[in-house]
Design a protein around this ligand. Structure first.
Ligand code: SF4
Ligand code: SF4
Length: 401
């Protein structure tokens, strides 16, 4: 079915009730402008396809959707405004409607050229210097997510002082001279980089102490292509994902251990649909842990990652956390969890910040100790030192074997 028909088939089911607006995290930060909320996105898509897209803010509306899928859980008609946004981005990215986003174009160009959204492939392997891995067909795929966070954090700090037009001009220049993106390697916060590298080492240590045998590809590790998929570059993503699959086959990979929800979701749900013959099973690292832990002295609250609790089902991390501390969940938890705003960080940093601050306050109202299970969530919610990544928190409680 062609893209326009696919979108219309979804938008035609909408009865315009507005239930989805109550859970959509991007509506409030954007001043309740309806095109930045779930219902508005569905109506806008419908109008742009059936009437006219002239003068409409298509790009910003659909690119700012976080793909959290909170909307479909409350929609009486089963409409997924997240999927509508994904398909509309595909339409925009293919040049069929609206205007392409220069920052998105820059990221796409960098991934296709360097295998990393910010040209940081080699830097992404440095954390593992000196770690001994096993000769195994089970491969740890970091997705380069923990590694990129210190850079996106610093870049956004700099962007605060840069006019939006200048950002667009810089992105446009980088599209023409993509090697300039390699300068990103100078923009990071050392303390934060050490912290994220420490989390990666904790994950490896917990897996190894659980008796899991696995290998790591180092600087050869492929970025799985999440941004290409999420930003609507369907053709490029297919081409890119096929090269990733060929590399994994060449390296004899028979099982993937993912350590962030985005990498887990893309290998579990997207690759099998897009890449012919892809059948490599993927497991989330927390599901492999088999350790003893001390009890934590206090209660905790948890930011459950949307890409696991809303897009997938199984998740052992909550059971582990439950075994060491009393969990006080925020009102929006489980299937109605709220996104941290992370996916908007590169394209819409202001929106990301407002969404994350709201979520941070919700979590802090339940407990001072906030546990995240995703590097994006951690990066966006770490407003104080009592916000901890699962790997840091459990690493401290692990009883040494
Ligand atoms: S909840 Fe569903 S039917 Fe109601 S406005 Fe949102 S998308 Fe449309
Ligand atoms: S997927 Fe999330 S951000 Fe996107 S429209 Fe639905 S609730 Fe809003």
């Amino acid at each position: 079915m062609n893209l326009i028909k696919q979108i219309e088939e979804i938008t035609d089911k909408c009865i315009s009730c507005g239930f989805c607006e109550s859970v959509c995290p991007t509506l409030e930060p954007d001043g309740y402008n309806s095109v930045f909320g779930a219902r508005g996105r569905v109506i806008l898509a419908d109008f742009a396809l059936k009437e006219s897209s002239e003068g409409l803010e298509l790009g910003n509306s659909f690119y700012s959707c976080l793909d959290c899928y909170a909307c479909v859980n409350v929609c009486p008609a089963g409409v997924n405004a997240g999927v509508v946004s994904e398909l509309m981005r595909e339409l925009v990215a293919s040049g069929n409607r609206g205007t392409k986003n220069p920052v998105a174009e820059m990221i796409k160009t960098s991934i296709m050229e360097y295998g990393n959204p910010l040209g940081l492939k080699e830097e992404s392997a440095e954390w593992a210097d000196g770690i001994k891995f096993d000769d195994s067909s089970t491969m740890l795929i970091t997705g380069q997510m923990y590694q990129m966070m210190p850079y996106t954090r610093k870049i956004n700090k700099v962007r605060k002082y840069i006019d939006e037009n200048l950002t667009i001009n810089i992105a446009s220049a980088m599209i023409r001279h993509i090697s300039l993106i390699k300068f990103s390697r100078h923009f990071y916060n050392k303390q934060f980089r050490d912290k994220m590298n420490g989390d990666l080492k904790n994950i490896v240590s917990m897996l190894q102490k659980s008796g899991v045998k696995f290998n790591y590809l180092g600087a050869e590790e492929p970025y799985p292509g999440m941004f290409l998929h999420e930003l609507g570059y369907a053709k490029e993503f297919k081409e890119y994902a096929e090269t990733v699959y060929n590399l994994l086959k060449e390296k004899g990979v028979k099982r993937i251990i993912a350590i962030d929800p985005h990498t887990y979701d893309i290998f579990k749900n997207v690759y099998p649909e897009v890449v012919k013959g892809f059948k490599i099973p993927v497991v989330y690292y927390t599901d492999l842990l088999d350790l003893e832990y001390r009890k934590f002295n206090g209660n905790i609250t948890v930011q459950e990652p949307c890409h696991i609790v809303l897009h997938n089902n199984n998740f052992k991390a909550m059971d582990i956390l439950n075994s060491v501390a009393e969990i006080k969940l925020p009102e929006r938890s489980g299937k109605s969890t709220m996104c941290c705003g992370g996916p908007d960080e590169l394209l819409f940093p202001d929106t990301a910040k407002k969404v994350s601050m709201k979520r941070y306050k919700d979590l802090k109202a339940k407990s001072d100790n906030v546990i995240t299970i995703c590097p994006l969530c951690y990066n966006n919610l770490a407003y104080d030192e009592n916000v901890m990544d699962f790997s840091e928190f459990m690493g401290k409680l692990m009883v040494k074997k």
